[in-house]
Design a protein around this ligand. Structure first.
Ligand SMILES: [Zn+2]
Length: 214
């Protein structure tokens, strides 16, 4: 037996089909079926055109497909346009995701809804991180400072094998925006990606302000 580092580097990582499906449904909600098909064609993912993954937990949706879709968005709409679309798609992902995972994770419970808002934010973020760590190959580590929660993605599908001069994981930022909005009962928070693997950092770091904007 030999240890081949190039083989190790090529090891594939996956989201479950269920999440791949959610990303495509959410992207479709933002840009229409034709828009999604154009993106999938550009990303060389023709097998997904009108053929979304099944709604199950099998880990078969490749990280490079997630990042390939983000990259194609940027090629089609430029960085600014792609940023807006990816943020909106991320927000829509959460709405689809909460229907699928809410009951599994227990955050639709009355007990959760009755928590004070600060605790709800903390628990909500922990539960979301646990969902990714348990059901996907994405690796999330959490931290906390006085002013913000720290969402650190150590293995990130959104920028997988991408190279960028600025943080580019807007899909993930959108998911966290909508999570915070949902958990807080309709408040908005400053949420910003400060480091990104695509620009050479060790992890993708997203800061979630504890204080709402409004
Ligand atoms: Zn990333």
């Amino acid at each position: 037996m030999t240890t081949d580092t190039s083989a190790a580097a090529e090891r594939a990582f996956y989201y479950p089909n269920k999440i791949g499906r959610i990303i495509l449904l959410a992207t479709e909600e933002v840009m229409g079926r034709n828009g999604v098909n154009a993106v999938l064609n550009l990303a060389k993912l023709r097998h997904l055109v009108n053929n979304y993954p099944p709604n199950n937990f099998d880990r078969q949706f490749r990280f490079e497909d997630v990042s390939g879709i983000q990259h194609a968005l940027e090629e089609m709409y430029g960085p600014r346009g792609a940023r807006g679309l990816a943020l909106r798609a991320g927000r829509a992902c959460f709405k689809y995701g909460i229907k699928e995972f809410g009951p599994v994770l227990g955050i639709s419970d009355l007990a959760f809804r009755l928590l004070p808002i600060g605790m709800k934010m903390k628990v909500g973020i922990e539960v979301l991180a646990e969902m990714f760590n348990k059901f996907t190959d994405q690796v999330v580590r959490l931290g906390e400072e006085e002013e913000c929660f720290i969402w650190m993605i150590e293995r990130c599908p959104v920028c997988w094998q991408r190279h960028a001069s600025e943080p580019c994981c807007y899909l993930a930022v959108g998911v966290l925006q909508e999570s915070a909005y949902w958990v807080s009962g309709g408040k908005n928070f400053a949420i910003e990606e400060t480091t990104c693997i695509a620009k050479g950092d060790a992890a993708c770091t997203i800061l979630i302000s504890k204080r709402p904007l409004d």
